[in-house]
Design a protein around this ligand. Sequence first.
Ligand code: BG6
Length: 464
Amino acid sequence: MAQAADLVIFGASGDLAHRKILPSLGHLVAREGQSVRVIGAARSHKSTAEFRTEVKASSGNERLSANAEWVQLDYADPSSFTPLKELVASSPCIIFYLATPPETFSEIVASLAVSGLAKKADATRRIVVEKPLGHNLASAHKLNAELAAAFDEEQIFRIDHYLAKDTVQNVIALRFSNSLFEPVWNRTLIETILITVAEEEGIGKRAGYYDQAGAVRDIIQNHALQLLALITMEPPTTFDADYVRRAKRAALRAMSPIDPSMAVRGQYEGYLEEPGVAPDSRRETYAALRVSIDNWRWDGVPIFLRTGKALPRRVTEVVIKLHDAPMLRIAGRRQRGIPTLIVIRIQPDEGISLRIGAKRPGTRFEMVPAGMRLDYAHLTKTALPDAYENVLSEVLAGGHSAFPGAEEIELSWEIVDPLIRAWESEGHPEVYPVGSWGPRAADDLVATGGGGRWIVSGDEPGTS
Ligand code: BG6
């Protein structure tokens, strides 16, 4: 059980606090009984009573709202942090959660340091930051340096909420607690890896952020590469955060920067009419790309990632396709086997399935695709906790396994930076219809790159 803590939310009036942090905290506290006091900190004036009403509405939790506090401060002025300092003076553990726009990170971190609220090497002072963690390698490096000046690495929690998804954590269990998979997990038996992070929704009201970011910064640099690192890393020495991070770093280091000629971008039809989008925006809402990992295990295996908004449905999935088995000769006829697929379904319908070839029941010998499936929901009677609940639970407990380290963030920027730069100087991306799977060129990318075609379970015979 985590110790009692003060959770100081900078930007506590904002969307992130009310949509994600407070509701998840409400569930967590109701389920596990953590003793947490929420302190909202922002530039705006608000009475404690007002804030308590907001906390109640967003978290649904009486106990959280009853002792919530509000402090008004100026992020850039350390002397304005004094009331906060007094409020938390006897707290056993203080967590500073920056739920503010990224341009405020530097000043808040500096003010925490100057005011003495951030104490280096004191594990009971923690800082939580959310993406975007930089917009390229240089800015990510600067942010890491600023954080490191005020906090030790053990005190810093960088959120990538994908890492906190139960099914993403299950990748480790699948790979390393079953002796069936690891022996095939390499270039000898795997033909290709295809990762899809598809969303049905458009950008909604997030143009202010998204039109600056685009699909590569929004999903590929963080969620998709973290997922790929877990899928392709070597077995860590132990499964403690430190060793898992080391293993992920080694995998990321072996990935070459994306070759822009091996990538496709698109923009959904109607994007330019979304409120807040620049009328001539060339920002991509879809990206597909090929990654190669130059190490002993993966050399020569083509790996493809794609992500996009306004696609046919929400699905995040890793498909691992094994090499074909040799032809079968039966009764003078040559029969091709059914390629084996290992499908890791991150969301929705979380689970793992294996698509194999089976004999069609009957008098003739004929192959048909058949599926074996683990529904993750069958392992539990309760709903899976939201990723933010896992994130908050781990921050409160001081664990790091759901958080990428500083170097991983920079390595991921190194991988995508050349592509982002190349796209900055290109014309308008191809426009794709809402509800389609994106530009055709993404199919060619996979077909000519040795991946066959994109696969999502459900659309593929033998997968469901
Ligand atoms: C966020 C992105 O990090 O992840 C959003 O900024 C995206 O654009 C979201 O919609 C997807 O998260 P999830 O958990 O719904 O897959």
